[in-house]
Write a protein that binds this ligand. Structure first.
Ligand SMILES: [Zn+2]
Length: 315
């Protein structure tokens, strides 16, 4: 089945028009409701900073962004809509859930949760007609926990009913993807509709190839990232390209424009800027030259954030 349209926050987007697509970013990260109720936490002129960040990205050639912020990470659909409208960057919004599963969810069934996710895909988010374009589930160092499994099954069922694809926050150093794919297979999901994110937090090429052999795409979506250097991440990408998997890779940054500004952050805004002055252009400005240096051909580089994302959404 070729699904030629994807839900963007400004309406249906033809997959041919997605262009250069970053498959895992966050315009804003906070907590559910925080952006509306406690705007002071986000610092001065938040919308102005978002627009500036996205305009720079657009001028640098970024056409489309998947915003991976779920409700528990503070998703604000009005912010995403305004950001897209004012900058011309296509934004695809996410339904599903990250790791902050509230206590009051205990006892909810996978089907009940699937229904609320499905509503955001078919009808709209937060009382708008803006529809989610991708589903997300998340499992980290603890693996697929009992509540995490219910969420994953809910995401699988909403996917099976809607046809929109799935992104998985994963913990690749612990090979958590194996557990996640087992649950999705049990639900009858075709794994070529699944993207395993944060896959470049490991350099275990054998593990990464085994995931793609199951059918799934890889989100190489931490740049510059922590614990693994950007150059090591790029070496892993090069190894996967050499093995013939370029079309299954989705490089991205997991980059945040707006975050809650705490008094004593482990990493200050200045340090963040020093580490990555390129924002959403780090891949174009730093990673692509690294790949050129390593001998990857220009056509493959130019297709890297284009072909994989398009194929993934078209299924
Ligand atoms: Zn993320």
């Amino acid at each position: 089945m070729v699904m030629a349209k994807v839900n963007s926050v400004c309406g249906p987007l033809d997959t041919d028009d997605m262009g250069f697509t970053l498959m895992h970013e966050h315009i804003m990260v906070g907590a559910a409701g925080a952006y509306v109720d406690y705007p002071a936490f986000f610092g001065p002129d938040p919308m102005g900073r978002v627009v500036e960040g996205l305009r720079k990205s657009k001028e640098g050639g970024v056409d489309t962004i998947v915003d991976a912020t779920t409700l528990d990470l503070g998703r604000d659909i009005h912010l995403l809509y305004e950001a897209s409208r004012q900058t011309g960057v296509n934004i695809i919004a996410t339904t599903g859930w990250w790791l902050e599963i509230p206590r009051f969810f205990t006892g909810l069934s996978a089907d009940q949760l699937a229904d609320v996710f499905l509503r955001e895909i078919e009808h709209g988010i937060s009382g708008t007609t803006i529809k989610a374009g991708i589903l997300k589930a998340a499992h980290d160092i603890d693996g697929v926990t009992p509540m995490g499994e219910i969420m994953l099954r809910a995401v699988a069922r909403a996917h099976l009913k809607s046809g929109i694809p799935i992104m998985l926050h994963s913990y690749s150093p612990g090979r958590v993807g194996v557990q996640q794919l087992a649950v999705l297979k049990d639900e009858g999901v075709n794994l070529n509709r699944v993207k395993m994110d944060h896959s470049n937090d490991t350099m275990d090429v054998e593990y990464l190839v085994s995931l793609m052999e199951e059918g799934c795409y890889l989100g190489l979506d931490r740049y510059p990232g922590m614990n693994v250097s950007p150059l090591s991440r790029t070496k892993t990408m090069k190894a996967l390209i050499d093995l013939g998997y370029a079309d299954r890779l989705c490089p991205s940054h997991d980059g945040i424009i707006l975050r809650i500004l705490v008094a004593n952050p482990a990493v200050t805004e200045e340090e963040r800027l020093l580490k990555n002055p390129h924002g959403y252009l780090f891949i174009k400005n730093v990673v692509f030259p690294q790949l050129r240096e390593m001998g990857v051909s220009e056509p493959i580089i130019q297709d890297l954030c284009v072909k994989g994302p398009k194929k993934f959404f078209e299924g």
